[in-house]
Design a binder for this molecule. Structure first.
Ligand SMILES: Nc1ncnc2c1ncn2[C@@H]1O[C@H](COP(=O)(O)OP(=O)(O)OP(=O)(O)O)[C@@H](O)[C@H]1O
Length: 508
């Protein structure tokens, strides 16, 4: 049992530990935290710049960011620390005095920046494209969408990775001692190491190890907790998505008392006139001379086979994609001459995949544009937001995050969000395609109800029953062209073209 005693003496010499403890706290811990915190903060600044450069359209920004990242990620940390600390020692002395401590921070920051830049870039790029589309459809500029929605979501997603980086900096700070720090500048490892030499055993180093764990382990758990809270909101994940059947009755109650239009008045709709509209993605011609009038206060359903250009036509109407030729007039004025953000205030849109903002509650989703785009005071935005949620039968769930709502409920929040901006026209892009069958009816009834209230609507749909029941006119598209336009009776009961007959035979 001699070896056990040896081990005990080597690692568990409590007197040696007690002796080094005060300087471990007042010198080592303090300096380690300064080195790690300062280099993480500076690293975050460098990383943010690198991330923005890395996702930029310009390769003059992308390429330098790439080179920086490759170099500082590729070099061993100690090499960078020595190159910066010793290579720039003279400049360092002039700027910061004799201590290499600030140069150590800079070296650690340069290394951390390369990793943090990649973390941010991956986080921002992992945010679904639909989030930015929803921002733009709510008439936010690209910058506002990035600032309010995409970057915060990206940063939240990478929070655990950022804390890991901080932990990495805590550990890498032990390398700065290679630069020759003053006694008062030593970090945890160096204090332990010096005392180990004095006492001739490893107990002070074991204490240093314990100090590192005391910093890093609680941090990891704290960040996991914060991440969970941010993801699910306060009410947690099981926030009572109702069963589909319950939702149907919930919605029925809402639509009978709906006040979607202000004070129960009919909504003032706009007229859209589409003239010889062309659109292509690269060489792929998607719209080929589309002519159509969507009269004020009418419901136009657009049907047709997959890939026929229905969604693209809809996206041209609020300029989420730019037409290549032709024109679109809103109440007689070309939308191509308007600022896209101004146009989108008048022409709202609801998407197939809802595109709700996951970090915001239902009410915040509805209020966001009222506050940020219309500049409404919080109280007024809240009043309107709650009224719109009541219209879609979801006032009771206003504090729920999207993750705590069913697909049907999420889509109704998305409709409330579009309605809150008081648009003259609303575009619905296959809004029931991603829903479970029992939830489809509720959403369609809501849209039908809006139609009755005089909202001008263009609805791309695969729901033929709905189109027949609700549409004022039905548009059949194929291969980028409108093949037939007419009343539901014309289209469904007396199709003129062979293509429409074949399509109906397939889908009915
Ligand atoms: N962003 C894009 N880049 C390149 N091609 C695209 C893009 N979006 C759509 N397309 C192509 O344009 C054509 C028309 O697409 P669009 O989505 O408008 O059709 P759709 O009738 O709405 O089809 P679906 O019912 O399947 O949604 C398709 O061939 C599609 O592959």
């Amino acid at each position: 049992m001699n070896w056990l005693e040896n081990l005990r003496r080597s690692f568990l010499d409590f007197d040696a530990m007690a002796e080094v403890l005060p300087s471990m706290i007042t010198v080592g811990l303090k300096n380690t935290l300064i080195l790690a915190a300062a280099s993480t903060v500076l690293g975050v600044v460098i990383g943010m710049v690198l991330a923005v450069m890395g996702i930029s359209q310009s390769r003059w920004l992308r390429i330098p960011a790439r080179i920086y990242t490759d170099v500082f990620r590729g070099l061993p940390a100690i090499v960078t620390i020595l190159i910066i600390g010793q290579g720039f020692a003279r400049i360092g002395r002039e700027l910061f005095g004799p201590s290499p401590f600030p140069l150590g921070i800079i070296a650690l920051s340069l290394i951390a920046g390369a990793y943090i830049g990649e973390i941010f870039r991956a986080g921002i790029q992992s945010v679904e494209r639909g989030q930015m589309e929803a921002c733009r459809a709510l008439s936010m500029s690209y910058g506002q969408g990035m600032r309010l929605i995409v970057i915060p979501q990206g940063v939240r997603r990478v929070l655990p990775a950022l804390v890991n980086q901080f932990i990495g900096n805590v550990k890498d700070s032990s390398l700065v001692y290679f630069l020759g720090l003053l006694a008062s500048e030593r970090e945890i490892f160096r204090v332990g190491q010096d005392q180990a030499v004095v006492t001739g055993n490893l107990s002070p180093l074991l204490l240093a190890g314990i100090f590192y764990l005391v910093i890093t382990v609680p941090l990891t758990h704290l960040v996991n907790y914060i991440d969970q809270r941010l993801r699910t909101g306060r009410q947690g994940n099981s926030s009572g998505a109702a069963s589909g059947l319950m939702e149907v009755s919930e919605l029925k109650a809402a639509t009978t008392t709906s006040s979607t239009c202000k004070g129960g008045n009919m909504v003032a709709g706009g007229t859209l006139a589409i003239r010889r509209l062309n659109m292509s993605y690269g060489h792929l011609e998607v719209l080929k001379g589309v002519d159509l009038v969507i009269p004020q206060g009418s419901v136009t359903c657009i049907i047709g086979p997959s890939g026929s250009g229905k969604s693209t036509l809809l996206r041209c109407l609020n300029r989420l994609v730019e037409p290549k030729g032709g024109d679109i007039l809103l109440d007689g004025k070309s939308i191509l001459t308007m600022k896209p953000e101004a146009l989108r205030r008048r022409v709202g849109m609801v998407f197939q995949h809802f595109n709700l903002f996951p970090d915001h509650t239902a009410l915040d989703n509805v209020m966001l544009s009222l506050r940020k785009i219309k500049g409404m005071p919080r109280g007024e935005a809240r009043r309107i937001g709650e009224a719109r949620l009541a219209d879609v039968g979801l006032l009771g769930r206003k504090d729920h995050r999207p993750s705590g709502l069913s697909g049907g409920q999420q889509q109704r929040v998305a409709i409330a969000r579009a309605l809150a901006m008081d648009p003259e026209v609303i575009l619905f892009d296959e809004v029931t395609s991603a829903l479970d069958p029992e939830l489809v009816k509720g959403v369609l009834d809501l849209i039908a109800d809006l139609g009755r209230q005089g909202m001008t609507m263009a609805v791309v749909t695969h729901e033929m029953g709905f189109a027949r029941r609700v549409a004022d006119q039905v548009v059949f598209m194929d291969e980028g062209r409108i093949v037939e336009v007419g009343s539901p009776a014309d289209i469904f009961d007396a199709p003129k073209s062979d293509r429409l007959r074949r399509f109906l035979a397939e889908v009915l």
